[in-house]
Design a protein around this ligand. Structure first.
Ligand SMILES: [Cu+2]
Length: 111
């Protein structure tokens, strides 16, 4: 009985960790009013995390051309994240600083 239980636990933790490997986190840093890198190509299901590493400047990540509402600002040492479940090219900008632009390109899994 205990052996079966242990087997089930190890099988489910393997499946869980395999899923974790498939969906990746991609980091975009925000520094000196720039998205770095300002363009990322990711695979379906990946998550992008924008990290504000400024000294005191707040920003946001606004997918304005997709018709979305402007999200809240986030401050130094805070981050904003989002998962992408649709293929395509998604342009965004920073609400308070429209010259700050970036793009997320979502492609089918490459394997
Ligand atoms: Cu900004």
């Amino acid at each position: 009985m205990n052996k079966i239980l242990l087997m089930l636990i190890s099988v489910s933790s393997f499946l869980f960790s395999a899923g974790e490997v498939l969906a990746k986190d991609i980091i975009v840093e925000i520094y000196k009013k720039k998205f770095i890198p300002n363009e990322v190509t990711i695979e379906l299901g990946d998550r992008v995390i924008w990290k504000n590493i400024e000294k005191r400047q707040y920003h946001n990540v606004w997918f304005k051309s997709s018709g979305e509402d402007e999200p809240d600002y986030f401050f130094p040492d805070e981050s904003y994240q989002r998962q992408f479940d649709k293929k395509g090219s998604f342009a965004y900008e920073c609400g308070p600083h429209p010259k700050m632009k970036g793009k997320v390109i979502v492609v089918e899994q490459a394997y």
